[in-house]
Design a protein around this ligand. Structure first.
Ligand SMILES: *Cc1c(COP(=O)(O)O)cnc(C)c1O
Ligand code: SF4
Length: 332
């Protein structure tokens, strides 16, 4: 379990405050020469670097190709303009009312907050206009009205940003309100926190997830086996012991996880930690992320290899998001 710091329920908030926010500091911590990395420092308003020390500790020192580093370090490659890579790749804003994304029939996605524990350079919401599209506006009431007004909607997905950026008190407030909606049976949380800052899984959160009115599903977001150390393992065990169902989604990223051995290792590591691989997403074509793109035929070939190496339940579904479709498109 989450040992230590028992009475300090804001340990994770402190860790976020102390997070690294400049390439210079990150490279120094990793004993890297800036000239070997193409690093650059985006303006504060333009998706700056953000990564907590807990995640940096899992990076290899003096390795400019470390797969965890590549996910968070802004490089000059982001400044290339590449046809097809846009600021609004999923046209999401056209499906949002009062902070609720209703693209699919039985589940609705609630944009709970714009805050994240880390800034992932490939994030498809890196240019997202959060300020007019958050469900938290007006103390959730308008968002909840969207969720309660169709019997079709059975599942609420908390997204963002990262919904676990909300304090336990705020989450409790929201969950209590969702529990009152008769049509909702399942609460799903999409989060990178358990991987980036595992001490976010504190006693307060575990208590919230132990409530039995809703089925709770947590989808973590890990891209590489090296991300899953003992602290992540422990937070997964703790979540699992509350009866929470645990899944993982990854994004297929060039030079980070685009080979069969690495994807195999990730699936095995996840399973060891009681997490089932769910989706392997094709990169959404957001501006500044083209250098992460993996050829689609290579992606299909990787899944084929995984099917030979792993039991079926450890092979994630290769999916792509297509604006306007009623579900994600399964490619393989
Ligand atoms: C991916 C996604 C979901 C959840 O889809 P599942 O296939 O049920 O995992 C819901 N809403 C939006 C907008 C999504 O992109
Ligand atoms: S945690 Fe999720 S929402 Fe936040 S930057 Fe990373 S991918 Fe984007």
């Amino acid at each position: 379990m989450n040992t230590g710091k028992k009475n300090n329920k804001e340990g994770w908030q402190q860790a976020l405050q102390n997070a690294i926010r400049s390439p210079k500091e990150l490279l120094k911590t990793l004993e890297l020469e800036p000239k070997n990395t193409q690093a650059y420092d985006p303006k504060r308003t333009e998706f700056p670097l953000l990564v907590p020390h807990s995640f940096v500790k899992r990076m290899r020192k003096r390795d400019p190709k470390d797969p965890l580093l590549l996910q968070v370090l802004p490089t000059k490659k982001e400044q290339l303009s590449v046809p097809g890579f846009t600021r609004n790749p999923l046209l999401e804003t056209s499906f949002i009312t009062n902070g609720v994304v209703k693209k699919y029939l039985s589940r609705a996605l609630l944009l709970a907050t714009e805050a994240c524990p880390v800034h992932c350079r490939y994030c498809f919401r890196r240019f997202f206009p959060y300020s007019n599209n958050l469900a938290s506006t007006g103390n959730w009431e308008n968002a909840l009205a969207e969720l309660g007004n169709t019997d079709e909607t059975r599942e609420v997905i908390l997204s963002g940003g990262d919904p676990l950026s909300l304090s336990n008190r705020r989450l409790e407030e929201l969950i209590t309100k969702i529990e009152l909606l008769k049509n909702i049976t399942t609460l799903r949380v999409h989060t990178r926190f358990p991987v980036i800052l595992p001490n976010r899984v504190d006693n307060g959160l575990l208590k919230l997830f132990s409530r039995k009115k809703l089925k709770i599903v947590v989808v973590i977001h890990s891209n590489h086996a090296q991300e899953i150390d003992e602290s992540v393992y422990d937070s997964m065990q703790a979540l699992s012991s509350t009866g929470t169902h645990l899944f993982n989604q990854s994004v297929l990223l060039r030079d980070v996880n685009d080979n069969a051995s690495q994807l195999e290792a990730l699936s095995r590591k996840l399973f060891e930690s009681s997490v089932i691989p769910y989706y392997l997403n094709i990169l959404d074509p957001v501006e500044g992320s083209a250098h992460f793109e993996v050829d689609i035929n290579k992606a299909k070939q990787l899944i084929k290899e995984l099917r030979q190496r792993l039991p079926g339940y450890l092979v994630p579904r290769l999916v792509r998001e297509i604006p306007g479709e009623l579900s994600k498109k399964i490619i393989a």
